[in-house]
Design a protein. Sequence first.
Length: 401
Amino acid sequence: MNIVVGITGGIAAYKAVGVVRALVLAGHDVHVVATDAALRFVGRPTLEAISRNPVHSDLYEGVAEVRHVALGQRADLIVIAPATAHTLAKLATGLADDLLGNTVLASSAPLVLAPAMHTEMWQHPATVANVRTLVERGAQLVGPGSGQLTGSDSGPGRMAEVDDIVAAALAAAGPRDLAGRRILVTAGGTREPLDPVRFIGNRSSGKQGVALARAAALRGAAVTLVVANIDDGVLADEGLPGVEVVHVSTTLELQEAAQHAAGEADVVIMAAAVADYHPESVAQEKIKKETQGDELELRLVRNPDILKELTAARREGQLFVGFAAETERDRDALLELGRAKAARKGVDYLVLNRVGWSEGFATDRNAVTVLNAGGDIVGDADGTKTSVADRILDLVIGDHD
């Protein structure tokens, strides 16, 4: 593909070098269009060496070939990373006072934006409105994430990682092989209240489920995403075009939402970490240690098996994908646990992954093995949760077609 990578003037511009490199190594012809401000953060020689093409920045260069529109006309894909608040505002209003603005306006190619800015700028009503406008026009957002920003600041606004940007960009330009499909995805972890201030929960961040919803939507599916208690910054509703988001908290709430959405779904992907038990009774006021003493007894009652109920009520042609997070260290034993769960749940595929104190949950990467209904391994995936999401969709839906 002929890919234009637009780089604008933010400190995250250094990450754009990695985006360019990854796209070149993937075999694409990459042309960098950098703003003057971007070249104050990353040098032209670096970008030309990595892209293997001249860097374009001046609106009045190449006038004879009408370069200010030719770059956009030839592009199969445009990626802007970082996309600053200033750039988002210009794109939303259609300004074309530099080469990058002209390139975007002259192109009908998919546009992928990787925002990067301070939290206050990302959350400002002007930026929120600009992002909404761009998404309504078809732009695809990847990120921003939440984390360390410039200086001592931390919060939403951090540019997405290189692998995630590249995966989203290639998906946006790739075949829309899921067009016409309706897909239900669940994500996050359910919480069961003990009293108004405490709950029993788990460490799921929701990142893998949200990545699956985003990947499916980019491939043309109409997606319903049921999310339970995901981490801050994982879900930016305005960055998920084609996705209907339903928020829940408890297992019973997730059960109700999943049952409602599953009736219309062609594919059901249950990636949420669902609590197995809930308290038999919930205190209506905060439980006090002064009144409970040194010990507190909790009586837990088993929650319904949502996935098993859904597969039992399946209609002809529906595809069900379950997830199993296990702490078992031995691979053979891990696979046996997965095979038993696949049979017990009645799923078509089971995504099996090992979790622990520092892997699986609340991380940006994942490693999974996908089993079919008979317990056979159909494939593995290892990488960012974005790349793993696409691989899972390739394995379970591509194999099913």
